[in-house]
Design a protein around this ligand. Sequence first.
Ligand code: GLA
Length: 391
Amino acid sequence: MQDLNKLWKIFNEKYTNTGLVKGAFSAPGRVNLIGEHTDYNEGFVLPIAIEKKIIMLGQLRNDRLVQVFDLGYKVKIKFSLDALTPLKKDTWANYLMGVMDEIQKEGYPLQGANLIFISNIPKGAGLSSSAALEVVTALTMAKLNLLEIKPVEMALLCRRAENNFVGVSCGIMDQYVSCLGQKNYTLFIDCRSNDYEPVPFKDPNYQVLICNSKIQRGLANSEYNRRREECKIATEFFKHKLNREIRALRDITIDEYKKYQAQLPEIIARRARHVISENHRVQAGVQALRMGNYSAFGQLMIESHRSLKDDYEVSCAELDLLVDLALKQEGVLGARMTGAGFGGCTVNLLRRDYVNTFKKNIKNEYKKITGINPDIYLTSPAEGAKVLELR
Ligand code: GLA
């Protein structure tokens, strides 16, 4: 990624200095270690922010105009803060407009700005490049306009932008960890209360590796919405069966599930089993990490993948292949698909000594079978969105 000095040089070439507040900001992508498709069921997730990120530079303007230059795609667009409606072309701008719209709807006053941004988070790979774009926009606009928006509020606001403006009904995980990620920690997030707890993940003997299948998450939106509906049906069923307040699948115990599963339509039963068992795996995973038991954590990742593949049916042949290949390698403790599914990435946990052999073998074997060159990224838990020092 280009360094900040170079970026400022480009910024100064693109825009006339307004003499007003300027600043540089960043927000990371994420990889979820365990807890998939649980966030919108008010359950638990355990993601980390990754080292790949978006950097945005900005300067306030005296009017209501926003100009944005996407340095990667070399596209520039302009819009007014008084006319924020979703675009059909240049749809990437909807993430920015949506965030500004939500900030204004909260009653915060905004002035226009000149912005540029650059990203090294692969797009459509399930590493939350869109959440990072939302979060970096929110942070940039908040800081330039001297607004006090707390990280959790910022995450909620970015999620609303994605739900309401972009039209994707995602949960809270991606925006949350992009805002609040911490170096060397995973975030154990309770997606009902929106509380979180950092859990250490810094044993130098272990490494997180992400394998990009290079299959774009084609079906992701429609199937994602369908899974949400199926979870709602299961929740409604348990509401009628159990004599207490049930708000989401989060409220159902495994024993209750077992007692009633035979009365549910087969598909709905499997969807519910995934969510209910995945919530348990996240909590067990947190215990394992607290005790430094990375092998136990790896086992839970393996079980999570099986559940996503067979019960929730959000994997695909290439992701399954990457997981199978990974589990045959020496030094691998766990592997699973990560994110919404239907393509994108797997997340792997392995002993550091085996990283190079793993990379070589997976690249060769995946290429041999699919004809695709996978990308492999090493990452440690990284910091969430932050202000970058000006020079
Ligand atoms: C996408 C959504 C998240 C979450 C995951 C699945 O990344 O944006 O909110 O639901 O899928 O765990």
